[in-house]
Design a protein around this ligand. Structure first.
Ligand code: ZN
Length: 62
């Protein structure tokens, strides 16, 4: 299965993983760091949710 993502969204996912090098969780400090580095994070999260809402992830790794 291949998912093509716009660079705008891909950058958010990459930053998410980089922030996990500092915080290995999703606590408030993690999201505060994400927001500080990417002020429009909430808008990007909304877009990601919208474009993935109809994807069936049950067979994602098969
Ligand atoms: Zn995470």
């Amino acid at each position: 299965m291949t998912i093509a993502l716009d660079r705008y969204i891909a950058d958010m996912i990459i930053l998410h993983e980089v922030c996990h090098l500092i915080y290995a969780n999703h606590a408030d400090e993690f999201w505060n760091l994400m927001s500080a580095l990417m002020p429009d994070i909430e808008e990007r999260k909304k877009i990601l949710k919208k474009v993935t809402q109809n994807i069936d992830f049950r067979n994602f790794y098969s």
